[in-house]
Design a protein around this ligand. Structure first.
Ligand SMILES: [Zn+2]
Length: 332
């Protein structure tokens, strides 16, 4: 293609001659996958010249502009989002990054006419397309500051256009790291998207923030999106931690040989106090029960205990419970 077309003029964005246009016809699939609504879900502009004139692009990407130069040279393709923002990109880079020829869009059969850059309508909002291209070109998100909605919407888009999620949505990549920053506030949204696209590391990371989530609040649509496997894993995580909590707490401090100052009945009083406190953990405790509450509650049982051996036994058992609860698995 580079043999057919000279590089576009880096000083101008006006080389987006619309004589040659192409639509990416996967709107239906994307709308289903992303849940995009409103403007972002509307059909892309038609590929005809007349209709393209009616849908004339009104803005150009500040990153993917006509002078956006990488090793492939100047851009040779224009991608236009549904909200009419133009992105100057390289067909070779898109093809190289995709496992399905960018949803079968490329390679384009280009006409040997100078100063014409093919225009391809892209069935997503500019926010999502911007993220998609940042991923493809491996550009840091430092200046992008995308919303969580746009990042999560970009995941099925990447998948639809053959960009392997296993290479681009991993902890070392900008998209994963940016999503990670939202996890404390929106863990369920992240978990659902990760589960939906089977992004294991993202699902595992977000699950650690879901220990306080009320599983009864998972609606049918939420369950349907995350699928039975990840739904089951989330329930099993909660169940496992609650069972560990009960097991830990219902083993009281060891009793010592009765002495003149601390008989069997004296030690039974401490055991009863322990069991009472632990009953509250068992019945009212949650998978995210803070270890600090366990420590404070159980250490408070030492109040009124005068026997040094009983105190030492209580201290040792509390330390064991705190240690084991801190080490209990927190992710699916
Ligand atoms: Zn004692």
């Amino acid at each position: 293609m580079e043999n057919f077309f000279p590089p576009p003029n880096p000083l101008s964005d006006d080389n987006s001659l619309l004589e040659m246009t192409t639509d990416i016809n996967i709107n239906e699939e994307l709308n289903q996958d992303t849940g995009l609504t409103g403007e972002a879900a509307s059909p892309a502009p038609s590929g005809t010249t007349d209709e393209s004139e009616n849908a004339e692009p009104i803005a150009s990407s500040t990153v993917f502009h006509s002078s956006f130069n990488v090793e492939e040279g100047y851009p040779d393709i224009l991608l236009v989002s549904v909200d009419h923002v133009v992105f100057h990109v390289h067909q070779h880079r898109l093809l190289q990054s995709s496992q399905n020829n960018f949803a079968g869009t490329f390679p384009l059969i280009l006409l040997p006419i100078p100063s014409i850059t093919p225009l391809v309508t892209f069935p997503a909002h500019s926010d999502v397309l911007n993220i998609t291209l940042h991923v493809i070109y491996n550009i840091p998100f430092r200046l992008l500051q995308p919303t969580l909605e746009a990042m999560l919407a970009s995941i099925p888009v990447l998948k639809a256009f053959g960009i392997p999620l296993s290479e681009h949505v991993i902890p070392s990549k900008p998209l994963f790291q940016s999503i990670l920053s939202f996890m404390p506030l929106r863990p369920m949204d992240v978990f659902i998207s990760a589960a939906e696209s089977n992004i294991e590391e993202l699902a595992v990371s977000s699950s650690s923030y879901l220990l306080s989530f009320d599983l009864a609040a998972i609606s049918d649509p939420m369950a349907e999106r995350m699928g039975p496997i990840y739904l089951k894993r989330l329930f099993l995580l909660h169940s496992y931690r609650l069972n560990v909590l009960k097991t830990l707490c219902f083993e009281p401090p060891k009793q010592h040989t009765p002495t003149l100052t601390c008989c069997f009945e004296d030690q039974q009083a401490l055991t009863r106090a322990w069991n009472l406190a632990c009953s509250a953990f068992a019945w009212e405790g949650t998978p995210d029960l803070p270890v600090g509450i366990i420590r404070t509650t159980l250490y408070s049982l030492a109040t009124g205990v005068a026997c040094p051996e009983c105190k030492a036994s209580l201290d040792g058992r509390v330390k064991e419970v705190v240690r084991d609860w801190s080490m209990t698995k927190r992710t699916i």
